[in-house]
Design a protein around this ligand. Structure first.
Ligand code: PMT
Length: 289
């Protein structure tokens, strides 16, 4: 409803809205701002995009309500000195899309994000901010225990500077070269694979060659249930783009080619595979007992 603030806040209108809510109607509160009558306050029609999002929320079947999903997204940033860093081109879009769709389908979602610059997917998701790979590792280890599903889309830096310089590094001498000594970062998903128990763990593989073989190797080596292979050398997909094209590979070796789609659509297809894996796991557990 959109109307003048006084009408919106009148007891009669509010009582009628409550009655309709009790009868199962969904309401979207009006937005605040300039009103048609020249005053300011609550009563504006919300932005059309917000209305569409809310409608998608209402009409999407809630098939993940029993699940707690932990998602990692974005790049990590490793400092060289106070002004320089090592990072990568991940925007966070893929991970944010996964978090948003999991929430839309009813899951309880926690999103651990590196320093991405895009808007947060929605305001009803728990968000944990991290900068470095070590911070992401600590955040994942703190939150994974309550999650039944972990989806790692983050582009984690494999190395950090061995020494962090407290002062800006100055150019020294006439040499055109300088050497940075790097140290391995923790392999977060590998660590998770060792303590996964009944959890479903989904990894992403960003590859520029031998997509399928490299992804399959990571799936096996890191004890994952699903790996999403992403050809990051192909234009228009992967890092930074709104769309993606991936191969979803299951533990059984079964691979599904997903054509060029929006990252939100890809996220939903990944979540369908997660649902299938959860079902299989539950079935195996029931057969066992
Ligand atoms: O953010 P966008 O701009 O939307 O881009 C999306 C994306 C290209 C970043 C995403 O689709 C993607 O491919 N993410 C994986 C990036 C990556 O780091 O791939 P990898 O093959 O290096 O790592 C394999 C897996 O191990 C990943 O799940 C990664 O999160 C995890 N990893 C990697 C390194 C490390 N030290 N610890 C990890 O847990």
């Amino acid at each position: 409803p959109s109307m003048n603030t006084k009408m919106w806040s009148s007891k009669m209108v509010q009582a009628n809205i409550e009655k309709l809510k009790d009868a199962g109607y969904e309401f979207m509160e009006p937005a605040s701002g300039d009103l048609a009558c020249g005053t300011e306050g609550k009563g504006r029609l919300p932005a059309i995009e917000e209305i569409l999002e809310r409608m998608e929320d209402i009409f999407t079947s809630k098939d993940l309500t029993e699940e707690t999903v932990l998602v990692t997204a974005g790049p990590t940033m490793e400092f060289i000195d106070p002004v320089r860093c090592i990072t990568n081109r991940s925007s966070g879009k893929m991970g944010y899309a996964v978090a948003k769709m999991a929430k839309r389908r009813g899951a309880d979602v926690t999103l651990i994000t590196g320093p991405a610059t895009i808007e947060f997917p929605r305001n009803d998701i728990d968000i944990v901010h991290v900068t470095t790979a070590c911070q992401m590792r600590d955040a994942v280890m703190e939150h994974y225990k309550k999650a039944g599903v972990v989806i790692m889309t983050a582009a984690v830096a494999d190395f950090r500077c061995r020494e962090e310089n407290c002062q800006k590094i100055k150019k020294k001498g006439d040499s055109n070269y300088m050497t940075l000594e790097l140290e391995k970062n923790p392999d977060i998903i590998g660590e998770l694979g060792k303590v996964k128990e009944q959890r479903i763990i989904v990894g992403f593989a960003a590859e520029t060659e031998n997509l399928l073989d490299n992804a399959k190797e990571k799936l096996k080596k890191k004890n994952l249930d699903i790996i999403v292979a992403n050809d990051v050398a192909k234009a228009g997909i992967g890092f930074g783009s709104d769309n993606n094209e991936v191969m979803i590979i299951e533990k059984s070796g079964k691979a599904k080619q997903v054509p060029l789609l929006s990252k939100e659509e890809i996220a939903n297809i990944i979540l369908d595979s997660v649902k299938k894996a959860l079902k299989n796991k539950k079935r195996i557990k029931e057969d066992w007992y």
